[in-house]
Design a protein around this ligand. Sequence first.
Ligand code: S3P
Length: 497
Amino acid sequence: MTQFNGANYTNKPLVGTTTVPGDKSISHRIALFAACAEGATRVRGLLNSADVHSTLDAVVALGAQVDLTEDADFPDTLYGTITGWGKAGPAQPAQAIDCGNSGTTARLLMGLLAGYPLRVELVGDESLSRRPMRRVAEPLTQMGARFESAGKLAGKSIGKPTDKQESPELTLPLVVHGSSELRGIHYDSPVASAQVKSAVLLAGLNAQGATSVTEPRLSRTHTELLLPSFGVELERRDYGRTTLIEGGQHLQACEAELQVPSDPSSAAFLLIAAALTSSSELTVQGVSLNPTRTGFLSIMRRMGVKIAIRNSNLENEEEVPALSFESRGTITAFYSPELQGTTIEAGEIPSLIDEIPILALLATAAQGTTRFCEVSELRVKETDRLAAIVEGLTTLGFIAYVEENDLVIEGDGTILSHRSSAASHSSSLTKPNKNVTKSYRPLKARIALATHNDHRLAMTWLVAARAFALNLDIDGLESLTVSYPSFLKDLERLGSL
Ligand code: S3P
């Protein structure tokens, strides 16, 4: 399944109740923390996707035991146990660890390995090998670990100012030289990144003294919420923006079975598809309602999407596990044709960073301008998402451009499938000149869209095909395996096409 052709795609309503696979960020963390712990941790709802397998394969290479089975009742999820290396620590792997496409695997492993006297090479696919690792290596180097780029920066460890000038970025493949004598630091992170925060905290567990991280804006809090389930004590200050951890703490297997909530980032694609498709009413159950992840719901509401949210924890429903480290709930989205543009402030971005491609698609149907402020982080995701969103939306005939570090979409208040034809203009990152005369093409014209092998772009363009009934050729659909392997099946099943 590499190519999608939407010649016969229609926009039948999305109706019914469904679940989506387990949360990707939480699944990575459960796999890593259970691998560090003494004893066996039971887990259910773990995401069965390529990214999570990168982490599972890595912890097996480092000495953890993974016994997981596919859950026949919940597609794309696994249940079973992970038995950790405990106090013995991870073993020296025989070969390089392949992090595949997964930034979370690479960056959290850098933090985890920093505190052990091992020499571990991390490699990744082409996309991951372009992504910045200095943001994680920098604080870990201050703590006493060393990183050596096995690629073009061979032989140079980071940390010296001259290296910074010669090599502004550090990328995979790289070798982590851990140390059993890490020093605790306070780190003022220049980026709101849960991967940076988590890497420093994981290293802090094996450091002497206390380690704390302050972020400019609160990023997703899964590490802080989950570590206490493994017996780790930590302190959160400043409304969560600062987290402090004492070194020398050993993780214990979690006693209760950990149930992974459904991934809100995956749910967002189905919910927005429903909002854009006539007569739809779609419910997604068991979704994480962690407020550091649900910014997209506030934006959907602000733009005029009718949504109902029920917090399952508050209602004490049976589905809630005894140990509830994350709140979860049921979300229903209704077809909402009257949408308004909005400004998404820089402070809101971390809580919806992975949903920007699909929110941008929603914005094409809104009346007026939607502006995503300060979204330069999108340039260093699985691909340059800023460029790829503008490229895809302009190919579809929408007005989308980048102004400094803002992404801007100008909608005309009509869902594309309600228009008689689509505008046609060439793609450029800058604001189009209003005086340029547009040409128009029939809606059913065949259009090719590139995913750049990025799972979130693949899902966005599939929603465009589905909600706007477009005849799209979409390449690179194998990237769906990264976070939501059954996405296309679900998109079709829920509309009984
Ligand atoms: C993630 C954090 C975010 C997010 C990514 C997953 C995590 O990245 O975009 O998909 O699991 O910690 P950053 O930490 O780079 O913001």
